[in-house]
Design a protein around this ligand. Structure first.
Ligand SMILES: NC(=O)C1=CN([C@@H]2O[C@H](COP(=O)(O)OP(=O)(O)OC[C@H]3O[C@@H](n4cnc5c(N)ncnc54)[C@H](O)[C@@H]3O)[C@@H](O)[C@H]2O)C=CC1
Ligand SMILES: O=C(O)C(=O)CO
Length: 327
């Protein structure tokens, strides 16, 4: 009998066909209030789930006694309770690497858009305000040759460093859990403490995963350490930043501006104070959101799921402690 799996996010039909070769598939294009009751009903005898963003915690796992694999279509897995999954011998997988360049492009785009005030000036032109040469009123700040500080020098952080070094002649500082010799050699990045990075960088990109250690990693103290001219860009998870402190720092002009792809609560509330600030550029968590990359992520997630259910080791298994005897 084929194992039963739930896909709870819209994926390309080719991905569904691939999974259907070896699994019985229950498909929800998205989970919402009308679909949750059936989702929980189906979960009871489901062996695998594939999607992104769903909180997989004890409460959910208690409803899924047959579960063998949770395949996330994302690299970040802060939505998964890994210790609980491991304790229950359930594999967890994610989609690293295939999105590095796309997310780095988004982060770099955000950095440029913020420094050169592109969203604001786009509105200015479209509103018919470009009547004469407004000179200094339209000025931004240079990105090239400025010091870039990267917090979290993993797959995406390294792809950002590559763009900064080869494309923009930027000296790079980085802070990470451990030294990354490759980026030091290839992109001339210099390792430093978080404090030094905040004090010395013109642009600061946050690219760590969200973990208990990185929750509110950047708060009042760090914003106060930054230069008044600093631009802060968050491409990781909203909760890695103390948003209240960020609002204050932007309002008090302790830093110049911020570019944000992520928020502590998503979708962000329309009355969130960050949205009313002219020195914050905001995006709706689109770091990896291109057709090509989302397809690659879904393919990798599907391979993880299928191989895991065949008793093999999924290529990007997170909790390697879980034994692969799930055939
Ligand atoms: N905005 C978006 O659409 C996207 C956001 N992300 C976020 O970016 C995160 C990073 O992704 P990758 O680069 O692929 O992960 P990665 O695992 O390759 O790199 C993360 C780096 O952060 C470092 N790190 C972890 N804890 C740290 C700490 N306390 N202090 C300093 N450094 C620390 C690690 O040592 C590692 O080098 C994901 O976990 C996810 O939350 C990822 C993809 C898209
Ligand atoms: O992969 C992730 O972690 C995302 O945030 C979306 O690509």
């Amino acid at each position: 009998m084929k194992p039963k799996i739930i896909v709870y996010k819209k994926v390309d039909p080719t991905i569904l066909d691939f999974i259907k070769e070896t699994c019985e598939v229950i498909y929800f294009e998205k989970l919402e209030s009308q679909t949750y009751p059936r989702f929980y009903q189906e979960l009871k005898d489901t062996h695998g789930i594939l999607g992104s963003g769903l909180k997989v915690d004890t409460k959910l796992l208690e409803q899924a006694p047959q579960l063998k694999i949770v395949s996330n279509i994302s690299v970040g897995y802060d939505n998964l309770d890994i210790p609980q999954l491991t304790m229950r011998n359930i594999m967890a997988t994610n989609t690293p690497e295939v999105l590095n360049d796309t997310v780095a492009d988004t982060v770099f785009g955000l950095l440029l858009a913020t420094a050169r005030r592109m969203p604001e000036l786009n509105q200015y032109v479209k509103a018919g305000q470009w009547q004469r040469q407004d000179g200094e009123k339209l000025y931004g700040v240079d990105v090239h040759h400025k010091v870039l500080g990267i917090i979290g020098m993993g797959g995406i952080g390294s792809a950002i460093a590559k763009r900064a070094h080869f494309g923009f002649d930027m000296p790079i500082l980085y802070h990470n859990r451990s030294r990354n010799v490759e980026v030091e050699q290839t992109y001339h990045a210099t390792y430093c403490s978080l404090e030094e990075l905040c004090q010395q960088s013109d642009f600061i990109c946050l690219m760590t995963p969200l973990t208990p250690e990185t929750k509110k990693l950047i708060g009042e103290r760090e914003f106060k350490l930054m230069k008044k001219t600093a631009i802060f860009v968050n491409g990781s998870r909203g909760a890695t930043v103390d948003e209240e402190a960020l609002v204050k720092a932007l309002q008090n002009r302790d830093i110049l501006a911020a570019g944000l792809d992520v928020f502590a609560q998503e979708p962000v509330r329309s009355d969130h104070p960050l949205l009313s600030l002219d020195n914050a550029v905001t995006l709706p968590h689109i770091g990896s959101a291109t057709y090509e990359t989302r397809l690659k992520m879904a393919k990798l997630a599907a391979e993880n799921l299928v191989l895991g259910l065949q008793g093999k080791i999924p290529p990007t298994l997170i909790n390697r402690e879980v034994k692969e005897n799930h055939s």
